[in-house]
Design a protein around this ligand. Sequence first.
Ligand SMILES: *Cc1c(COP(=O)(O)O)cnc(C)c1O
Length: 369
Amino acid sequence: MADKVPYLDLPAQIRSVRKELDAAIARNLDACSFCLGPDVLQFEKDFARFIGAEHCVAFNSGTSALHIALMLLGVGPGDEVVTTPFTFVATSWAISYVGATPVYVDVDEATMNLDPKLLERAITPKTRAVMPVHLYGQPFDLDPILAICKKHKLPLVEDTAQAHAARYKGRIVGTFGEISCFSFYPGKNLGAAGEGGALVTNNAEFAKRARSLREHGSTVRYYHDEVGFNYRMEGIQGAVLGVKLPHLQKWTDERRRVAHRYHELLKGTPLQLPLEAAGCESAYHLYVVRHPQRDKLKEHLDANGVGCALHYPVPLHLQKCYANLGYQPGAFPVSEKAARECLSLPIYPELTDTQILRVVEVIRDFFRQ
Ligand SMILES: *Cc1c(COP(=O)(O)O)cnc(C)c1O
C-alpha cells in the first residue's frame, strides 16, 4: 500500500530548522528571559519589518491580540462588530469578550471571504468596527470593504491569523486596516513551539496601550493604569519565531507551489477548487475543495491513508454558544453550503510531488467508483 499522506506534517518542518531552534532555545534558557524579553522584542521588530508595519506587539495568542484590538478601538457593551460567520470561532470571541455583538455577513461563493456586496446593509448606528478574515490565507476583497469603512467612518480590523505573507494587489496584508492580528499557533503558516500571536498597527498610541494591556495594564511595574491582562508572549516563543521568520517567504512560495500543482491535477474532477481572486496572492494556509458528497469523500480519503480536515463544519451563527444571537438555519446560505461541502487537503511547504500525486490519485479513484 502507498505511503500515508498526513494532513499536517509539523515534525518535517521542525526537522528542517531543528539545529537553529535548539541553539535559540538554549540561548533563551541561559538568559532566563522567559516572559517577553530580548528575543520577543527582536521578533517584534523583525515581524513589523516583514509586514511593512510601524509596530508589532507580541501576544500569547492570536485570540488575545484580537481581544485587545477591539479594546483599543473602544468597542464595548451595546456595540456591534460586523464580521464573517465562516471562520474559526476566535474571530467572534474577541467581539464577545468586550461585551459587543457579532453581526454576521455572508461570504462570497467563490472565495469564502466576507462578501463586500452584503456589507453595507449590515451596518447600523451601533456598528463600531468591521472585522473580516483573510480565510484560508486568501486576502478578502480589501478595496470595496475599505471604501465602505471610509464612507461610514468605521475602523477595519484584519484577522490575519491564516494569512502571513498573503498579498493584495502586490502588498502584504496586515496594514490595510487600523489593526491586524496574527496567530502563531503551531499549525499556522508561521508557528511557535506553543501558543503565540501579534497585533500589528501603524498607530503608535494603539501600540503603546496594547503593550500596557498585555502586561497587567502597566508600563511601570506594580503601577496599574487600567485593568489589564497577562497576555505576554513567552521568551522561548520569541526565540523560536525569530528562527522561523527568515524562512516564511520561502515556505509561502512552497505552499503556493503545492496549491498550483493541486489546481493543475484536480482540474476536470467534479470538485470545486479554491479560486484565487484577481489581484490576490493567497498564502494557502489551507487548500479547501468543495463537493456535495464531502462526507463520503472524506471517508474514502481516511480509508486510504490521506489525511484531511473540515474548516469549518458549522458556521458561527449556528453554534450553540451563539444561539442567543437568534440566527436561524438559512440565514447565511453560502456559509451553510460551504460548511457542508468543504474539505481541506494536505498542504504544507514540505509536501512532495509524490505525496500530491497520491492525494490526487485517491480523489480520482473516489470519482471512478
Ligand atoms: C487561529 C485563528 C485565530 C486564533 O488564534 P490563536 O493563536 O489560536 O488564539 C483567530 N482567527 C482565525 C481566523 C484563526 O484561524
